[in-house]
Design a protein around this ligand. Structure first.
Ligand SMILES: CC(=O)[C@@H](O)[C@H](O)COP(=O)(O)O
Ligand SMILES: NCC(=O)COP(=O)(O)O
Length: 235
């Protein structure tokens, strides 16, 4: 059975909408842990649109479960990770204009640049995972780069039409087998929801799922009634 890391980026998205101090992703991380999450994932974006440096510093100090830092290979972000020493880093591609991560890391096409940065991370003994599309050449390149894990991008599966879904799931299954055959640990994530997660979590060999947006969305809806009651009680 796969372990669950909860991505808490979008708790910070709500905070940043007003630039105040609530909701605090650090509190959210504690609640996730108390509820049984195996790890906490955050993406420290170069533009700091949600999670910021203060958050990752405090999360490093307070998360008792696995702290997985998603990040690009931008030099200053790599420096931050080297100072922080999270339990795991996941290297992702990043574009300022994107709404969310669009594709996988191009391990094959950007080999030299990634190698330069990943070397610093592995030299510090920080376990590193590469967020890649489920394709053999990317998985092989991730292994050649020295990553110990790959996170298979489940966005194409999540976005696929009903007719295309089983094909996307087959791609994930084949990639899991291929990656494990190369000795890589396999994670998966992106776009997973309460509706589409079951077939992915049933795939043999995936050890970790990273799920964020859907869980935080449900939390808003589930918590709203109590939040309104708490406010009316004060009036
Ligand atoms: C890499 C990945 O799949 C995402 O979790 C990524 O971190 C998304 O970034 P946002 O949380 O900003 O959408
Ligand atoms: N790497 C995927 C992740 O952390 C969460 O993605 P999402 O569930 O927010 O789409």
């Amino acid at each position: 059975m796969a372990l669950l890391n909860v991505n808490i980026d979008h708790v910070a998205t709500i905070r940043q909408a007003r630039g105040t101090d609530e909701p605090d992703p650090v509190w959210a991380a504690s609640i996730c842990e108390l509820a049984g999450a195996n790890g906490i994932t955050t993406h420290l974006r170069e533009d700091r649109r949600h999670i910021c440096d203060r958050d990752v510093r405090l999360l490093k100090q307070t998360v008792a479960a696995l702290f997985n830092l998603e990040m690009s290979i931008a030099e200053d972000i790599v420096e931050t990770a080297l100072e922080l020493v999270p339990d795991q880093v996941t290297i992702v591609p990043e574009r300022r204009q994107e709404l969310t991560t669009e594709g996988g890391l191009d391990c094959a096409g950007n080999f030299k640049n990634i190698q330069k940065q990943i070397q610093k991370i592995t030299d510090k003994n920080i376990p590193a995972s590469a967020f890649v599309i489920p394709e053999r050449d990317q998985i092989k390149a991730a292994m050649d780069l020295g990553f110990e894990a790959v996170e298979l991008h489940t966005g194409p599966y999540a976005q696929a039409s009903f007719a295309e879904k089983s094909g996307e799931l087959d791609r994930i299954r084949a990639s899991v087998d291929y990656a494990r055959g190369l000795g890589l640990t396999v994670h998966a994530g992106h776009g997973l929801t309460y509706r589409n997660v079951a077939p992915v979590s049933a795939v043999e060999g995936i050890s970790e799922l990273n799920i964020g947006h859907s869980i935080i969305s449900r939390a808003v809806i589930y918590g709203l009634e109590k939040a309104v009651r708490d406010m009316t009680a004060l009036l």
